[in-house]
Ligand binder design. Structure first.
Ligand SMILES: C[S@@+](CC[C@H](N)C(=O)[O-])C[C@H]1O[C@@H](n2cnc3c(N)ncnc32)[C@H](O)[C@@H]1O
Length: 428
């Protein structure tokens, strides 16, 4: 590895002085595979991570200029529940980036850009784990997204839990289910920092652990797991700089490929699906009971084999404030109904399937507090506006809550047009 950067051939300059695209030098000329049609028209109000709003929807039509037969390129993708989307933060305004940034969760404090998901980075590339709703011809339909309308998409890759979540190399006996405080919970999909089934196990991890090797970390995990067996009281009580999370992957190793590759959100429905998976069902229910004594030996061995883990800093795990309570004024409720199919205005949502879904999406967006740190600190008394689907939402924030005051038909609602037309509209 040493000296690679120095030995790297320098990119030849184009007449304009810019580096010419060349794979050898990593100066890639990107050609979006498509432009996203999203329920979010602008950055304001768009969730910070896909996990925040599972009802958010988008679709992507693969451009014919990339593949003559776009549907060929999507063959087999429908067998996956989740996909990684690589995209360009095309609305960053300008290509401006700094080595240190202030992520909202640090409430004004700074950290290195590469330890964050900030859109402002040297190569303005975003990475989102989205739920794959369906594939139709050359178009993919997604939900649980955090990208705005018109986002240029560079690539799609299937989410494969076996590849995409780190695992221990050795079985970690009984690491994950020792503590009644920490049960498996069917959370929404990954927030990009940790898996949904992550189970927070440990506390009391000091600063020195930043430099621990993976093996040391695993050993420490085991020790701490033993501690948590001894004293469930100690959980969350020690000050810590870093937390460890573990996720349980209950998939059976005898499954077919497509089944193995299911993402975390599908776990529950997967377990519920059939008798041939009864062993997994048995395991799941035992795990949810989180009692070591109750678990069958075969279940224990298999789950221990497949334990995976990840380590994230506390500031990522813990939001600066608890999630906000969201309420709608009677006026706003009425407004929402007017936008609904069959409502007085006869307008219907383009992305949401019902008024209830639209309401739940608005609730999810607001409860995560979409305001910037600046707004949160200095513009507390200001109204906050955002558009989702055809709804232009006006709200305000108080101590621990957000209240929706008004919902109007957006003057320029986000269009879910025929993708063919949209590509023209987006200038591809
Ligand atoms: C914090 S980034 C995270 C994106 C992605 N999940 C990641 O980790 O790379 C998400 C935010 O980027 C902004 N955003 C979304 N699409 C964008 C685009 N095309 N151009 C610029 N900003 C965008 C929105 O404000 C959204 O809340």
């Amino acid at each position: 590895m040493r000296g690679l950067a120095e030995r790297r051939p320098s990119a030849p300059a184009a007449p304009c002085g810019c580096a010419q695209p060349s794979l050898e030098t990593g100066n890639l000329l990107t050609d979006p595979i498509g432009y996203l049609e999203s329920c979010f028209s602008a950055k304001n109000g768009t969730p910070r991570q896909p996990s925040i709003c599972s009802h958010s929807r988008a679709c992507l039509k693969i451009r014919k200029s990339i593949f003559n037969n776009p549907d060929h390129s999507l063959m087999g993708l429908e067998q996956f529940s989740h996909v990684w989307i690589l995209f360009v933060f095309h609305k960053n305004g300008h290509l401006n980036y700094k080595a240190k940034v202030q992520p909202p969760r640090l409430n004004g404090a700074k950290t290195g850009v590469f330890s964050t998901r900030s859109p402002h980075r040297p190569n303005a590339i975003g990475l989102t784990l989205a739920k794959l709703e369906k594939v139709e011809g050359g178009t993919v339909y997604l939900s649980g997204i955090d990208m705005i309308h018109g986002t240029p998409v560079l690539d799609i890759k299937p989410y494969i839990a076996d590849y995409d979540s780190p695992r221990s190399e050795e079985p970690l006996e009984d690491l994950s289910v020792q503590n009644n405080h920490h049960q498996l919970k069917p959370a929404s999909q990954s927030d990009g920092t940790t898996d949904s089934y992550d189970q927070q196990l440990l506390s009391g991890c000091g600063k020195a652990q930043h430099s621990l090797s993976t093996e040391d970390k695993l050993k420490r995990l085991e020790e701490n797991s033993q501690k948590s067996r001894d004293s469930t009281e100690s959980q969350h009580t020690l000050p810590e700089d870093r937390e460890r999370t573990m996720d349980l992957n209950l998939e059976s190793s005898s499954m077919g490929m497509a089944e193995e590759q299911r993402g975390p959100q599908d776990l529950k429905s997967f377990l519920d699906e059939g008798t041939d998976r009864s062993r997994n069902v048995e395991c799941a229910s035992v795990l949810q009971g989180s009692s070591t004594e109750n678990r069958s030996p075969s279940c224990r061995a298999r789950t221990a084999d497949r334990v995976s883990y990840s380590v994230i800093p506390t500031w990522v795990k813990e939001a600066p404030a608890a999630s906000l309570q969201v309420r709608f004024t009677p006026h706003a409720e009425l407004d929402l109904r007017k936008l609904s199919p069959g409502g007085a205005g006869q307008v219907s949502f383009r992305y949401f399937e019902s008024t209830e879904e639209a309401k739940r999406a608005i609730e999810a967006l607001l409860s995560a507090d979409p305001r910037s740190v600046y707004r949160r600190k200095l513009c507390q008394d200001r109204l906050f506006f955002f558009t989702v689907d055809i709804a232009h939402v006006t709200c305000w924030f108080g101590d621990g809550f957000a209240e929706v005051l008004r919902i109007k038909l957006a003057s320029e609602p986000v269009e879910m047009r025929d993708p063919e037309e949209s590509l023209v509209a987006l200038g591809s």
